[in-house]
Each structure stands twice: as C-alpha cells, then as structure tokens.
Design a protein around this ligand. Sequence first.
Ligand code: FES
Length: 107
Amino acid sequence: MTDTATWVAACKLNELPKEDVKRWDHGSKSFAVFRTADDRVFVTDDICTHEYAHISDGFVMGTTVECPRHAGCFDFRTGEALNPPACNRLKTYSAKVENGTVFVQIG
Ligand code: FES
C-alpha cells in the first residue's frame, strides 16, 4: 500500500481562538479547523452532511459544533452526527501542531 497523504499547513495556532473553529480553503475544498480549550486541534469537512452550510460558521460548545443552518450537532473529534436533522458523520482528517502551525493530513 502506498501512503500518498501529505501534511499541509492550514493556519497558525494563534489565529485560532480556544473553543472555536476557523474555515480553511484548500484546493477545491473547505475544511473546518477546531481548537479545544486544552489546545488539541481537529479538522473536519466544512460542508454539513445534511444540506449546504459551512460548519465553520457554527457554534462550538466543548467538542461539539452546531450547524448554523438547522442546528444539527456533530462531535468534531470523530465527525459523529449527534442529533437530527444531521444523521451522517462529517469526514475527519488528522491534524497536528508543529512550531505554532496547524498541519492537516490530506490524502
Ligand atoms: S444544513 Fe446542517 S443541519 Fe441542516
């Protein structure tokens, strides 16, 4: 098996407040980059799995994000949909912080 995934710099950690989310556009896709209160970072697709809305415009509570359009909630650590009308999980991506920069693994 060939590993073609690459780590791409998304933003500076200090541009992303704790317990918040930031949109990151790369190529033809939008991603949602999350930072927890204890400085962990997580990345999901930015487009909701229910209808068209940017998850990064949503409201972050702990490790949950509420979609701004119909209030479907997702656990951004796993992408799991937590309540209707959201029922399909968000795709998640590996993320890490090195020297103050957030990197996302894109395959
Ligand atoms: S568009 Fe996100 S819950 Fe409907």
